[in-house]
Design a protein. Structure first.
Length: 112
């Protein structure tokens, strides 16, 4: 499968990383994919945890640093806490600013 993807000039440039962020923890509480099975029981994903997944993809000769967030709703909750939603809104605002400043021939650092 990986070989077929690479033939299409699409591959990963760094392996996925998973962070489990728990209220009261210092950011980041980093755990690599290989370490997930070796976590202590109190480090397993729990209700109220925020999960941060980070991975790098190469496509069309460009590298991306792709990040996704998830929140594990506790029973009875219907949406994430207000602070997480506000943080997501600020992150999306930054994405829009970066997108607006993208121009052909500029590097990612020049755009930022």
């Amino acid at each position: 499968m990986r070989e077929k993807i690479q033939q299409q000039n699409y591959t990963t440039w760094f392996m996925p990383n998973v962070d489990i962020v728990r209220q009261g923890d210092k950011w980041p509480n980093t755990t690599s994919e290989a370490e997930l099975t070796m976590l202590e029981a109190d480090s397993m994903i729990q209700f109220g945890d925020m999960l941060h997944v980070d991975f790098g993809v190469t496509a069309l000769g460009m590298n991306t640093d792709t990040q996704h967030l998830a929140y594990v709703l506790p029973p009875g909750e219907t949406k994430p806490p207000k602070g997480l939603l506000e943080g997501l809104k600020m992150g999306n605002k930054m994405q829009h600013i970066v997108k607006k400043n993208m121009n052909i021939g500029m590097t990612g650092n020049e755009i930022l």
